[in-house]
Design a protein around this ligand. Structure first.
Ligand SMILES: C[S@@+](CC[C@H](N)C(=O)[O-])C[C@H]1O[C@@H](n2cnc3c(N)ncnc32)[C@H](O)[C@@H]1O
Length: 285
């Protein structure tokens, strides 16, 4: 069978399984098997695919047809220009979280020459900590996470991107964060689990393959946000920033929490889809 026929068969299979963007998915999987880019893979339509590669491709297409996230099938996901290894033990990095990183970088760039100390809460694959360490060459990042398997993956990703020396991965429950050395951080960042428990089962089948722990924000989705807003003042230097990704309908509640905790300059920025997404505030001097 030629490549174009395999592609058509794959698109039909994925459409039948109601996989969103079936064509793009079929092309990404083909590119993975051919070890090339998506456009280059499509351009090879007229050539015959060797049987072994054809079987390999079909196995991946079937996996995707079972609504396993594309990133889990491929084993990696691009994030802030970095190739991040992913497994079902950690959340797949999202495009909106790139904006969380950009917001932190914008705040810290004027001080990039200084020795900066950052805390990330709930590091998952390590994507945020690694992107920040890559963009801020003088920063040391403390990255906490409750899941030991996610932490192992994050360490591997940090090594792969040559920033492991500047990231300390720590297993810690954000709800039980112990007495920390006071006010050492220039910035606290988190993409916490923020989906209300009852909403989770209504999400796409792909999301349900991701760790529940990475999604579940409790009854109103704000359990982790509340704990982070309450604990961040213990870590942050005066003038330091707290930056969090939040649910698109949580802006008012999060702004209220930030102001009640004595933060200043609380704001919420929209993501590229125009949805409220990045909450930030400054620790008072
Ligand atoms: C939404 S994911 C974010 C992962 C990654 N930082 C990213 O942006 O892709 C939230 C992360 O918080 C972790 N987490 C959940 N509950 C936690 C807790 N009680 N203490 C520490 N980390 C927790 C999850 O395991 C998950 O990795």
């Amino acid at each position: 069978m030629i490549v174009a026929d395999w592609l058509k068969k794959a698109v039909d299979h994925l459409n039948a399984r109601k996989v969103p963007e079936a064509e793009a998915n079929a092309e990404f999987l083909l590119a993975h098997v051919l070890k090339t880019g998506r456009v280059e893979a499509r351009a090879q339509g007229a050539r015959a695919l060797p049987e072994k590669q054809g079987m390999n491709y079909w196995n991946l297409v079937m996996e995707r047809g079972r609504r396993i996230p594309l990133a889990y099938v491929l084993g990696s996901q691009p994030f802030c220009g970095l190739d991040i290894e992913v497994t079902p033990q950690a959340l797949v990095p999202r495009p909106e979280t790139e904006e969380l990183v950009e917001d932190c970088v914008r705040r810290l760039m004027p001080r990039a020459a200084e020795d900066l100390h950052l805390l990330e809460i709930g590091t998952g694959t390590g994507c945020v900590a690694i992107a920040l360490a890559s963009r801020l060459p003088n920063a040391v990042v403390y990255a906490t996470e409750i899941s030991q398997t996610a932490l192992k993956l994050a360490e591997k990703n940090a090594m792969r991107h040559h920033v492991a020396r500047r990231i300390r991965f720590i297993q810690e429950d954000l709800f039980k964060a112990g007495a920390a050395p006071k006010r050492w951080a220039d910035l606290v960042v988190s993409n916490p689990p923020y989906i209300p428990t009852a909403e989770i089962r209504k999400l796409e089948p792909e999301v349900l393959r991701e760790p529940f722990l990475a999604l579940d924000g409790g009854k109103d989705g704000l359990d982790a946000v509340r704990a982070i807003v309450a604990s961040a003042p213990r870590f942050l230097k005066p003038g330091g920033f707290l930056v969090m990704e939040i649910g698109s309908d949580q802006a008012a509640a999060v702004l209220k929490l930030l102001l009640q905790s004595g933060f200043a300059e609380a704001s919420v920025k929209k993501d590229l889809q125009g949805l409220d997404r990045i909450a930030a505030a400054k620790m008072v001097e």
